[in-house]
Ligand binder design. Sequence first.
Ligand code: KMH
Ligand code: ZN
Length: 277
Amino acid sequence: MRPLIITAAITGAETTKSMNPALPVTPKEQAIAARECLEAGAAVIHLHVRDEQQSPSQSLDHFRASIEAIRKECGPEPIIQISTGGAVGVPMEERIRPIVELKPEMASLNVASMNFGDDVFLNNPVEVKKLAKHMKELGVIPEVEVYDAGHVEIAKKLFKEGYLKKPIHYQFVLGVQGGMSGEERNLNFLVDSIDPDDTWAIAGVGRWQKPLSKMAVERGGFVRVGFEDNVYFEKGVLAKSNAEFVERVSQMAKEYGRPVASCEEARHLIKSVTRKP
Ligand code: KMH
Ligand code: ZN
C-alpha cells in the first residue's frame, strides 16, 4: 500500500481559542505547531492565517509572515498547502490573490457552493474556474475539497474542460453541517465515484475524525487531521495540540503496517511532475 500522507490542518478559519486554547493563531504559534506535527508524521500543512485580532485573513502579509515562520522553524521540507477557501464570506478576489502573488506549491480548491453550518459558503462556478485556471497556469497543485455527493462530478467536469490536470487529488471533508456526514457508506460512495488513478484523503469533522482516519489508513487513502476540523481528542477531552492528532494517525498506520510518507515521498506522490497535461 502507498505510504500514508498526513496533512495537518493546524488553524482553520472557524476554530477559536475559546473552543481550544491550544489553537495556533500567530505565525510563531503556527510554526511551532507545524514542527510538532512534522515530528509526529505530517508531511503537509494546510494553512489558514489570522490577523492581529485572531480573525481569519487572506492577506498576503499574514500569509507571508506565517509561511516565513514555518520555513524558519521546519526548513524547506514540508508541503505548505494554502487555503483558498478562507472563511465564509471572503470574496473570491481575496482568495485568488495569495495564489497569484505567492505561487504556493499546493492549495485547496473548493468547487461548489453550499450551506456551511449556519453560513453559506459561496463558490460561484465562473469564479471557481478562474481560480482553477490560475492554479493550473502557475503550477500550483490543487486539492479538490469535496463536502457533498455532487462535488466529484464538478471536479471531473473541470478536468474535461481543461481547468484541472490528472490525476485529481481529492480531500473528502465529511461532517460539515450542510455536506455529507461521516458514515462509512458516504466514504464508500465517494471512493467509488473517483477514477482509479486519482488520489484521495479524508478529513473527518468533529467526532468523525477518528473513525474516518482509520478507514483511510486501511483503504489506501490519505488523512487530514487538526484543529480546523476537530478540537476534541476524545469525547469531552480537548486535544492538547495538533500533533496529538497526527501522532494518533501515525500510530494507526503503524498498527496497520502502513508506512507514513516523509515529506519527500509525499511530494513524489502528489507533485505536479507526475501529472498529465
Ligand atoms: N473555512 C471554510 C469555509 C479550504 O480551506 O479550502 C472553507 C475551508 C476550505 O476551510
Ligand atoms: Zn481549510
